[in-house]
Design a protein around this ligand. Structure first.
Ligand code: 13P
Length: 254
């Protein structure tokens, strides 16, 4: 039985003060549960203070991105060893905003994933098709290429560190969620893909999150689907009450 995971991707939002206030509210209201894991991904400058605030709490802190090298002349970048040195050992990679605005290709993402695994980092790896891909009936092929292009050189045991997040680009920040049936169809395809390559045990244990306009009002029906193991939440993770309601929905579905 896979434990659900609800992760908040704060993206490039919130002042330092607002980030601390939100963390404080989550810290006081989230109680460890055997039904759901919770994580938040603040911006880089806020990671260390938030890790400190959550030291005695089960909320995990994620980075939103990292570089593939360990150290070096890469102005403006942040590496896995740097993250580890401030107490972070999990990272989101492959988000569609990174692919779109920063031209992260499957090859670049493969290098980042490899570095993350080498450093024993947990990775939430995002995949998702654009609306025109879906309209053209190419959504399955796009997802297959994104997964195969960055993850299919991994060793079997590396999958212990991987969580997938299916985020259709047309559903991100638009208020237009994939229907539970559309999401379930893709999640079950993804699980079959992993099964064909790595076997049933790996396919059954890997968590596949859904992301894209998840809100308190639609979380329960999404999380009720058999292959949806939680959510990667953008906008609604910036409001403590909404995020807590989504966590509660995952608990009840779990
Ligand atoms: P929204 O929940 O704002 O649609 O964002 C989803 C997302 O991109 C999470 O990574």
């Amino acid at each position: 039985m896979r434990k659900k995971l609800v992760a908040g991707n704060w993206k490039m939002n919130l002042s330092f003060r607002e980030a601390l206030d939100l963390t404080a509210k989550l810290r006081s209201e989230f109680h460890p549960s055997d039904k759901v894991d919770v994580a938040i991904a603040p911006s880089f400058p806020y990671l260390y203070p938030i890790v400190k605030m959550l030291e005695d709490n089960e909320i995990n802190v994620l980075a939103q991105n990292m570089h593939w090298a360990d150290f070096g002349a890469y102005t403006g970048e942040v590496s896995a060893p740097m993250l580890r040195s401030v107490g972070v050992n999990s990272v989101i990679l492959g988000h569609s905003e990174r692919r779109l605005y920063f031209h992260e290709t499957p090859e670049i993402l493969q290098k980042k994933v490899n570095r993350a695994i080498l450093e024993d980092f947990h990775v939430i790896f995002c995949i998702g098709e654009k609306w025109e891909d879906r309209k053209a009936g190419k959504h399955i092929e796009v997802i297959q290429n994104q997964i195969a292009g960055s993850l299919f050189k991994l060793e079997l045991q590396d999958w212990n560190l991987i969580t997938l997040a299916y985020e259709p680009v047309w559903a991100i920040g638009t208020g237009q969620t994939a229907s539970p049936e559309q999401a379930q169809e893709m999640h079950s395809f993804i699980r079959r893909l992993i099964k064909n390559k790595y076997g049933s045990e790996t396919a059954n244990q890997v968590r596949i999150l859904y992301g894209g306009s998840v809100k308190p009002g639609n979380a329960a029906e999404l999380f009720a689907q058999p292959d949806i193991d939680g959510g990667l939440i953008g906008g609604a993770s910036l409001k403590a009450n909404d995020f807590l309601a989504i966590i509660q929905a995952a608990k009840e579905a779990g």
